[in-house]
Design a protein around this ligand. Structure first.
Ligand SMILES: [Zn+2]
Length: 391
């Protein structure tokens, strides 16, 4: 019995060891599985981190709780009319919007200058925000467009902080739609770049962006702000245009975009700032024949001029359709006075360019200064570039 009992203990002990080992094996498998699961989780985590690491370049991966970024909505290059959103989405899978850098390349290679050989002038006007080019160049743009010349406005930022009650992607979308409507009225093309309002910097990347835009439009004339202005975005548009004024002809910068054979004439649009040097009116254009068109275009930019833009308020914004219509009329009159003031301020130049009889009668004007960094036009060339000036 003793030995049988001893055998039994041995058997029991062996079974216990086997079972124990089995349990251990099972436990180890579970551990392995657990470890594998854990690895799998980690690898998902790595993917997550990879995605989140790329987050600044992939706006669509941003948390849904954040306000939508303008780059999620805006395309870059489009004809006046169709919304850029539709164009952008037609070229991209639905869950993958283009990177800002890619948009630059798309913008730079979109066949902008497909009408370059028709003998017409090509003009590109830069403003810092979706309204600046319209205010400063809307009249002359309509005059060029009426003669079949090709005009493009570019808002270098998307205007996404330019309202007292709304901001971000929805505002950028709205302002883009407004300038597309204005462009339709003026008969020109327009583009809003996907750069945040208030955040434009005179970087190398932006210098290349502006250089490509000027080249791809095959511009004869480039217009933009002077670098002396109250708003940093205005100033840096001026700097970027100056920085591009030579680079547009240099072949090995931005080699993906053919250099211009001839440096364009660069013009500054009007401003009233006096320091360090006041604006000089080299060209003053009578815009009487297109003043209604220009003011219609400006009145289409309701977020700014009807609702008051960044400095508006709930108190001053129109609340009823009647108030909105009254505000519209007020804005129209105020713009008329503004362009009349310019005609009066530069009356001597108008008389010099248009002759005494016509020059004295001009009611509305826009003014431009020739930048010394681009091509310097003589009198004949100036009249070729501004064909509505009398010969
Ligand atoms: Zn502005």
């Amino acid at each position: 019995m003793q030995s049988r009992r001893g055998f039994s203990w041995v058997v029991l002990a062996s079974v216990a060891v086997l079972v124990g080992t089995g349990v251990l094996v099972v436990a180890e498998d579970l551990g392995t599985i657990g470890e594998n699961r854990s690895s799998a989780d980690k690898s998902v985590g790595v993917c997550d981190r990879t995605l989140s690491g790329a987050e600044p370049s992939f706006p669509t991966f941003r948390s849904a709780s954040r306000p939508a970024e303008a780059s999620e909505f805006l395309g870059t290059s489009s004809l006046a009319g169709p919304t850029p959103t539709a164009e952008a989405s037609s070229q991209q899978p639905p869950d993958r919007q283009p990177l800002a850098q890619e948009k630059e390349l798309v913008s730079a290679s979109a066949g902008e200058a497909d009408t370059a050989a028709d003998g017409k002038l090509r003009i590109i006007c830069f403003g810092a925000h979706p309204d600046d080019a319209e205010i400063r160049c809307g009249g002359v743009a309509a005059l060029w467009a009426a003669e079949g010349h090709h005009v493009k406005f570019v808002s270098v930022t998307n205007g996404d902080i330019g309202h007292w009650a709304m901001a971000g992607g929805p505002l950028a979308q709205r302002r883009t739609a407004e300038v597309h409507q204005a462009a339709k009225i003026l008969g020109i093309r327009t583009e809003v770049l996907d750069i945040h309002d208030g955040e434009l910097e005179p970087t190398l990347q932006n210098r290349k962006l502006i250089t490509r835009l000027i080249r791809d439009w095959q511009a004869d004339i480039v217009i933009g702000h002077r670098p002396y202005d109250y708003h940093p975005d205005h100033r840096y548009v001026g700097v970027l245009i100056q920085d591009s004024a030579f680079m547009v002809t240099v072949p090995f910068i931005c080699p993906d975009s053919p250099p211009l054979k001839r440096n364009p004439v660069f013009l500054y649009s009007y401003d009233g700032f006096q320091r360090p040097v006041p604006f000089r009116a080299d060209v003053v254009v009578a815009i009487d024949s297109v003043i209604d068109k220009k003011i219609d275009a400006l009145a289409a930019i309701e977020s700014q001029f009807i609702e008051g833009g960044a400095l508006g308020s709930a108190e001053t914004a129109p609340k009823t359709p009647e108030q909105r219509e009254a505000k519209r009329q007020q804005v129209r009159e105020s713009f008329r006075r503004r362009f009349t003031d310019l005609a009066n301020r530069y009356r001597d130049k108008l008389i010099e360019l248009y002759g005494e009889e016509v020059g004295k009668k001009v009611q509305y004007a826009e003014a431009f200064e020739i930048c010394e960094y681009g091509r310097q036009p003589n009198r004949e060339e100036l009249r070729r570039l501004f064909p509505f000036l009398p010969k």
